[in-house]
Design a protein around this ligand. Structure first.
Ligand code: PLP
Length: 391
């Protein structure tokens, strides 16, 4: 049995809080009416959904009628991009995105390319930043939509969205941002950002899984991705996931209410973690050292395989992740790390530790004590390390 268990994979998903669970429970047991029915039990479900809509809208500085509930971040991204290009079809069939987007965005854009759209994928610098000047140069007369994430899920770098959106607006293209890792972790204000479309996902900020939302700027008419009985004002059909929508609203409201204190606390813990891990020789921080998500500590540790590290950390009771495992089962390193310009063999040694306000200093010190031991053990087995020692 490990001496301690530490969950350090909050970018993958989070545990829902007791407060969120309490908000959801009545909608699973007592107030289970179908929100589309006309009796009073159903009215309670409708009220739960509309309360959540206001909570999400207030958290993003949007209006309630600009928020549409979906089945998660992936669906919100697919919908924003697929229907966004159709909404701006008069402009043309050119899309711009970046090399470090989540597959929900990148693969949607690639699918559209196969369907006849033209795609420009912007590169990033060594810290994972998208350059506004690169975007300006890539925009064309026929650019219909630009999609750039607020914060990257592997390296935590925060992008200059307000500037990118302003440049896009001058051109007349629509601007979508994937705020899945940002919402509830840093301030997200749709007006300050100046975006047309913004995706969020409940399970990244202590809400439930399988629920998300898309912000659609007022005045923008988007066609539905999912067609059926006309729920969500005809834009997203399917009986609403009432309890999860309620849970997401409560979770985002709570995260935003605590944001200043949680950012301060998490940033401090994360700095302690980064300082501890960087003591391991041949280890580098990935992503922007300053403009990054407060709880994301991401590294490449040379002469090591990321997955082996994650398995050994698991043996020590620590849940972490590595960007080197691809969901398709291929052994290619993460597309994000390669986009930073890291060589394949270095990108293979990636480790992502993502903490939140539920972690404490003892968790951090435990990771900082276990990880060097694990790295030494793995390096002893590595032929590359052997070569390195022999010079
Ligand atoms: N976008 C980003 C940046 C993510 O990190 C994720 C999930 O990891 C998604 C989209 C997909 O969200 P969901 O898991 O809700 O489908």
């Amino acid at each position: 049995m490990p001496a301690r268990t530490v969950y350090a994979d909050n970018a993958a998903t989070t545990a829902i809080s007791q407060k969120v669970l309490s908000a959801m429970t009545p909608f699973l047991i007592e107030n289970y009416g179908n929100p589309s029915s006309i009796y009073s039990l159903a009215a309670k479900s409708r009220h739960g959904i509309e309360t959540a809509r206001v909570q999400v809208a207030e958290a993003l500085n949007a209006q309630a009628e600009e928020i549409f509930f979906t089945g998660g971040g992936t669906e919100s991204d697919n919908w924003a991009i697929r229907s966004g290009v159709l909404a701006n079809a008069k402009k043309g069939k050119h899309i711009i995105t970046t090399a470090i987007e989540h597959p929900a965005v990148l693969n949607t854009c690639k699918a559209l390319k196969k369907e006849g759209y033209e795609l420009t994928v912007l590169g990033v610098d060594a810290l994972g930043r998208v350059s506004p000047e690169d975007l300006r140069a890539a925009l064309r007369e026929d650019t219909a939509l630009v999609s750039v994430m607020i914060a990257n899920n592997e390296i935590g770098t925060i992008e200059p969205i307000a500037r990118l959106a302003a440049i896009t607006k001058e051109n007349g293209a629509l601007f979508h941002t994937d705020a899945v890792q940002a919402a509830g972790h840093v301030a997200v204000d749709v007006k300050k950002l100046g975006v047309d479309l913004l995706s969020i996902s409940g399970h990244k900020f202590k809400g439930p899984k399988g629920v998300g939302a898309l912000f659609i700027r007022k005045g923008l008419r988007l066609s539905p991705l999912i067609i059926g009985g006309g729920h969500e004002r005809g834009l997203r059909s399917g009986t609403e996931n009432v309890a999860s929508i309620v849970g997401m609203g409560a979770a985002l409201e709570d995260a935003c209410a605590k944001l200043t204190t949680s950012v301060r606390y998490t940033r401090k813990l994360c700095k302690r973690l980064i300082d501890g891990v960087l003591k391991i020789p041949y280890t580098r921080l990935t992503g922007d050292p300053d403009d990054r998500l407060p709880g994301t500590a991401s590294f490449v540790i040379e002469f090591i395989e990321g997955e082996s590290m994650v398995l050994m950390l698991d043996g020590a009771g620590i849940s972490a992740s590595s960007g080197s495992a691809c969901s398709s089962g291929s052994l290619d390193p993460s597309h994000v790390l390669l986009a930073l310009g890291l060589p394949h063999e270095v990108a293979h040694g990636s480790l992502r530790l993502t903490i939140n306000e539920d972690n404490d200093e003892e968790d951090i010190d435990y990771i900082a004590a276990e990880l060097p031991r694990i790295v030494s053990r793995l390096r002893e087995m590595s032929p590359l390390w052997d070569d390195k020692k022999k010079g």
